[in-house]
Design a protein around this ligand. Structure first.
Ligand SMILES: Cc1ncc(COP(=O)(O)O)c(C=O)c1O
Length: 421
């Protein structure tokens, strides 16, 4: 074995010894001044100022929509809750979602006493499989949630068709996919709702925060009321015309997110350039598969992910020993986490599953979504950041190729196809 090929985990020289740059949000000094100006003004809530309103208008415009079609809230989970609240399901109605996602995709379904029904992901894209969605539709289904995982757009054409054919709402969970594109059109504008997160790890951030794009005017009005205790602000009399939460974004959040918004196109262009570099480097690695994006699709690269034939956790550990920040697995399929597996949403009642309003559901146990379960042993990813240099990407590519060669040599991946560089 050539010395250059001895894995760092086995005492060889690592590919890289310098640390990677920290994944800082795109915040500039003037953003701090915008927040300070809000604090100095004494108007810290959205109905007293104009920052949140301006953020909504700018975000809607960036998606080709009128201002009233974007509603700000306190988190990505809240942004999804606005959508479910506007859909207004009956208790026991079903909402189809993938199991590979943040729990924030599922919480709003349960909070509205609806039943999350899991459809499997496609093994090649990790996004919800439209064919499995179609199989899981029942007379109680009200909506489909499509999660654009890691920033990769789902198959929105078929999902839109299925939703329309069955009279269902299509909710896009764009928490990881701001300004990703499907067939040249931004995600969040294909469905009835597009839900975004401004949590710390996202492309732009207010620490926490959410934005919901709403296609239909009546739905948008309901979503806005849902974020504000069902309280219509235009009337002289204080009243509450529907159920809702207090999900009002603060002016400080609005100001800091609004300031970052214009930086998104450049930030995404840089992430895409780095990803193209990695695509080329990883195409030469035996056993590594980076799923291609369909023509007209653009990922926003919240994470850059690939699959290995097996032993993803060991692969990631060996890559980290080479000095590159590779992680594996992402999340356990959510139906296997204790809160769902044990049906613990409301005390010991097993509500909403066990309620007379719901249809009986299959147990949450291994085997429900086989492709999602296989992902854990195959998926590796890195948090791609616009602050990376070309050299940072090249070092990652070299480390991945080196570890892949070692795993092939050891026979850990059977007989993988592909080049051996
Ligand atoms: C796919 C997805 N959906 C929903 C959420 C929930 O967003 P938040 O953490 O802002 O509530 C996240 C957050 O990480 C997410 O990645």
């Amino acid at each position: 074995m050539a010395a250059r090929d001895a894995l760092a985990a086995d005492g060889g020289a690592p590919v890289r010894t310098r640390p990677y740059p920290p994944a800082l949000p795109p915040i500039e000094p003037e953003d701090a001044e915008a927040v300070a100006a809000v604090v100095r003004s004494g108007q810290l809530w959205r109905h007293g100022g104009r920052q949140v309103r301006e953020l909504e208008a700018a975000f809607a415009l960036a998606h080709g929509l009128a201002p009233a079609h974007a509603v700000a809230s306190t988190s990505g989970t809240a942004a999804l809750h606005l959508a479910v609240g506007a859909i207004d399901p009956e208790p026991g109605d079903e909402i189809i979602a993938p199991p590979i996602t943040d729990f924030g995709t599922i919480i709003p379904i349960l909070a509205q006493n609806a039943i999350p029904v899991f459809a499997d992901v496609r093994p090649d894209t990790w996004c919800i499989d439209p064919e499995d969605v179609a199989r899981r539709i029942s007379p109680r289904t009200r909506a489909i949630v499509a999660v654009h995982l890691f920033g990769r757009p789902c198959e929105l054409g078929p999902l839109r068709q299925i939703a329309s054919a069955h009279g269902l709402a299509l909710v896009e969970d764009c928490a990881q996919a701001i300004l990703a594109e499907h067939e040249g059109r931004p995600v969040g504008t294909w469905g009835d709702f597009g839900c975004f997160s401004l949590q710390q790890s996202k492309h732009i951030t207010a620490g926490e925060g959410g934005l919901t794009l709403v296609r239909d005017g009546a739905h948008a009005a309901r979503a806005r009321l849902f974020a504000d205790k069902g309280w219509p602000r235009e009337g002289a009399v204080r009243t509450h015309v529907q159920f809702g939460m207090n999900y009002r974004m603060t002016e400080m959040q609005g100001a800091v997110a609004r300031a970052q918004l214009p930086r998104l196109p450049a930030l995404l262009a840089r992430r895409r350039a780095l990803a193209a570099r990695l695509d080329a480097a990883l195409a030469q690695a035996m056993g590594i598969v980076v799923p291609p994006l369909p023509a007209g699709s653009q990922s926003s690269y919240w994470q850059y992910a690939w699959s290995v034939p097996a032993r993803a956790a060991e692969f990631a550990a060996a890559a980290r020993a080479e000095g590159v920040p590779v992680a594996s697995g992402y999340v356990t399929p959510l139906y296997l986490v204790p809160a769902l597996r044990e049906r613990r949403a409301y005390g010991g009642s097993a509500f909403p599953w066990g309620s007379p309003y719901a249809r009986p559901q299959p147990p949450f146990e291994p085997g429900l979504c086989p492709a999602a379960e296989t992902m854990a042993d195959r998926l590796c990813y890195v948090t791609l950041h616009q602050g990376w240099s070309d050299e940072d990407a090249d070092d990652l590519g070299r480390a991945v190729r080196k570890v892949a060669r070692a795993f092939v040599r050891r026979g850990w991946w059977g007989e993988p196809r592909g080049p051996s560089a």
